[in-house]
Ligand binder design. Structure first.
Ligand code: NAP
Ligand code: ZN
Length: 352
């Protein structure tokens, strides 16, 4: 067993602080990775604050982080995909049973025995898994992916969650040229959705509560921007969307968006506010609209997304921060003040 520097929270009301955690020695199929960058996802914040206690209660101490870019330092004897010195990336999952129908269909993200990168039972060491706010991690090679060499690493890290979580449902619901696609909430996920939908060729409309993000939305690839608190602006788009992706982290009026869908349009929610949303039956039945959810993406699809981003030169717009600024970054996330993903430069952990 190895010790690794990390940042953890010891309770739902504690700030993240420096600590050391155990990491297993690389076994047969393991890849040991020195972490270079880790993105900050709003899910990290929900988990640290134990806001999802009803669905996935947080076990403290928690080490969050599931947007990991690093360099391989060691591999187990059965590892064929990687060698020391290679760049390697890890997302929201580090294991699954590999045998269930979901895994066999490439949906490890829906495997009932999937192990999340943090706050999941750790099969190797007991306790729970610890995520990417750390100097290193050890992961089964099946869950370690390759990042295209043209992508800047700090901005590539968020592809591992924000990228795949928006890529997967947009592929699933056919966001392509000729389609009108909406993106609700211009945060980490939302800004990736805009870049990807634009690359897919769709007509992209951003819905934001932050008027000061308008210029950025257009620069990121939006064709139109709607300030969602303005009812007149919303009304102009009534019954016109083929697809809307909702990436909002807090309670909001979902019916306002369902009503913007055309017949047979779909609204997919990826944002995960802890409280239930009130969906009007009439909004759905009158136009045969559908409302669905989506959870990250499978491993093969995540590699597909990375390769797509390589080809189109897509990365997140990141504010690179030292780990010592992580609590400040969380406060800013709560105020929707992020442009548009924080990426932690893990070299900053060396001074702890
Ligand atoms: P984020 O960067 O904090 O962005 C969230 C955005 O939502 C904000 O920037 C803001 O956009 C909007 N927003 C926030 N509060 C709002 C409110 N009260 N009313 C209306 N809009 C509001 O968060 P993120 O990292 O992108 O994550 C978004 C959500 O997705 C989180 O709940 C996260 O846990 C979830 N998530 C789900 C999956 C999955 O697999 N399904 C994966 C990753 C994350 P504007 O300023 O533009 O309004
Ligand atoms: Zn995430």
């Amino acid at each position: 067993m190895n010790k690794a520097k990390a940042y953890s929270a010891v309770s739902a009301i504690s700030p993240l602080a420096s600590t050391t955690i155990p990491r297993r020695d690389a076994t047969e199929n393991d890849v040991q990775i020195e972490i270079l960058f880790c993105g900050i996802c709003h899910s990290d914040l929900h988990s640290v604050c134990n806001e999802w206690s009803e669905f996935m209660p947080t076990v403290f101490p928690i080490v969050p982080g599931h947007e990991i870019v690093g360099r391989v330092t060691k591999v187990g004897p059965a590892v064929t995909k990687f060698k020391p010195g290679d760049l390697a990336v890890v997302g929201c999952m580090v294991d699954s049973d590999g045998t269930c129908p979901e895994c066999r269909a490439g949906f490890e993200n829906f495997c009932p025995n999937m192990t999340l990168t943090f706050n999941s039972p750790d099969k190797h060491l007991g306790g729970v898994t610890y995520g990417g706010y750390s100097e290193s991690i050890v992961v089964d090679q099946r869950f370690v992916l390759r990042v295209p060499s043209n992508l800047k690493l700090a901005g590539a890290a968020p592809l591992l969650c924000a990228g795949i979580t928006t890529y997967s449902p947009m592929r699933r619901w056919g966001v392509t040229k000729g389609k009108k696609a909406g993106v609700v909430g211009l945060g980490g996920l939302g800004h990736m959705a805009v870049k990807l939908a634009h690359a897919f060729g769709a007509h992209v409309v951003v819905f934001t509560t932050s008027p000061n993000k308008k210029e950025d939305a257009l620069r990121l690839g939006a064709d139109e921007v709607v300030i969602s608190r303005n009812a007149d602006e919303m009304q102009k788009h009534a019954e016109s969307f083929d697809f809307i992706l909702d990436a909002v982290s807090a309670d909001h009026d979902i019916n306002a968006y369902i009503n913007l869908l055309r017949r047979d349009g779909n609204l997919t929610i990826v944002g995960a506010p802890p409280e239930p949303l009130g969906v009007s039956a009439f909004g759905l039945i009158m136009r045969r609209r559908s409302f669905s959810g989506s959870n990250i993406g499978g491993i093969a699809e995540t590699q597909e997304m990375l390769d797509f981003c390589g080809k189109h030169n897509i990365t997140a717009d990141v504010e690179v921060i030292p780990i010592q600024k992580v609590n400040e970054a969380y406060e800013r996330l709560l105020k929707s003040d992020v442009k548009y993903r924080f990426s932690i430069d893990m070299a900053s952990l060396k001074s702890e």
